[in-house]
Design a protein around this ligand. Structure first.
Ligand code: QAP
Ligand code: CO
Length: 172
């Protein structure tokens, strides 16, 4: 297992569209293990392969406090979404320190392959629904801040640039 490097917004590689996984083989299983370890180490509740510069359609999610309920979604497809919308304050491992409210479908039905390559279909609502939609956005090259108003996006870019300058000045 290995910890992977997480790309940070506004890295242009976060805008690449990920390709479908052709076969859930040993290489993909290794990627899943490394992504899970990277998410748990952060810690975070969701990570898409795009965020670790692998442009294949793989997501890991674990909403549990004990980090013992790993969900793996390969080639996820939203096959149904509710008209009802929910608002959730989202964050992202690729945009540390930034949290803001995003509106998304309340409930979704998602089809995917699990880590054994078996087809699954689940209904998700609440935080799981938000998290799956957030991570599928990553696979499509979209970061949650790009769903905010352009004023908010420009404030976030300014804040990140300032953090980067301060970090550079603080390094021992
Ligand atoms: C995506 O996000 C998500 O800013 C997963 O300093 C978030 O795991 C989906 C994190 C909220 C739905 C709702 C963020 C860790 C982790 C930070 C994460 C930070 C440290 C974010
Ligand atoms: Co994210």
């Amino acid at each position: 297992m290995a910890l992977l490097n997480i790309l940070h917004f506004p890295d242009p590689r976060l805008h690449k569209v990920a390709k479908p996984v052709a076969a859930v083989n040993a290489r993909i299983k290794q990627l899943v293990n490394d992504m899970a370890q990277t998410m748990y180490d952060a810690p975070g509740i969701g990570l898409a392969a795009t965020q670790v510069d692998v442009h294949e359609r793989v997501i890991v999610i674990d909403l549990s406090d004990e980090q013992n309920e790993l969900r793996v979604l390969i080639n996820p497809e939203i096959v149904w979404a509710s008209d009802e919308i929910q608002t959730y304050e989202e964050g992202c491992l690729s945009v540390p320190g930034v949290y803001d409210e995003v509106k998304r479908a309340s409930e979704i039905k998602v089809q995917f392959l699990d880590q054994n390559g078996d087809a699954q279909i689940i209904d998700a609502d609440g935080l799981l629904s938000v998290c799956i939609q957030h991570e599928i956005d990553h696979l499509n090259g979209k970061v949650f801040v790009e769903r905010l108003s352009s004023l908010k996006q420009s404030r976030i870019r300014t804040k990140i640039a300032k953090q980067k300058r301060e970090q550079a000045a603080t390094v021992s």
